[in-house]
Unconditional design. Sequence first.
Length: 235
Amino acid sequence: MQQPRQQRRIVVGVLSLTMLVGAALTSNLAQADTGAGPYYAEPSWDRTLPSAGRFLVLTNMASQAVLDRETGLVWERAPLTTTHTWGNARPVCVNRTTGNRKGWRLPSMPELASLIDPSVASPGPTLPPGHPFTNVQSVYYWSATSRSDDPTRAWEVDFSGGSADDAQLKTLLSHVWCVRGGMNAEVYRGFGDWNDWIIWGCRGREPPARGTGSASGRGTVPGRDSPRAVPVPRT
């Protein structure tokens, strides 16, 4: 009789341990969206979160990267303060080692624009209040998205005024902010000035003249948009 009792006790103990482990795993998954690291984020663009719950400084990446829970993207906490041509900006990100990790890239225009808070007034930087980023300048940052009707230009995001409607010559110098995470070829497609005017919700604004330098309607800026043989800083 003693042996069957011992066997039953062993079986009950194993079952209890299994239930405890299962409960712990379930608890971790349930808390992953709001708890401490390691961090997990569902790449869902339908959420609008306050800064306190939206951004997480990733301590498992030496606090050098920030997770955006709205998009599931991981951003450099302190982007570079140096400027680069568009052609150099992409390999700069590819070769970055931030948080002891590779896999960085130049963000697409929609991804970079997702960091903009339209309620923040100029001179910016136009990021959500309470954000954890450092070194972000109130300047233009390159995106990886080329302009569809002019491959010599690429789209930028302006963190001084909060606009994402400016395409500049790739030979000019702009700032670089690298991202890590989900990548979709569709978000890298080129954007033109006329074809995508309605798509980007610019109703009510005067469309740019064909052949101008940007969809903001500013046109070509003499001395800045003219082709140059060497990189020049933005004035």
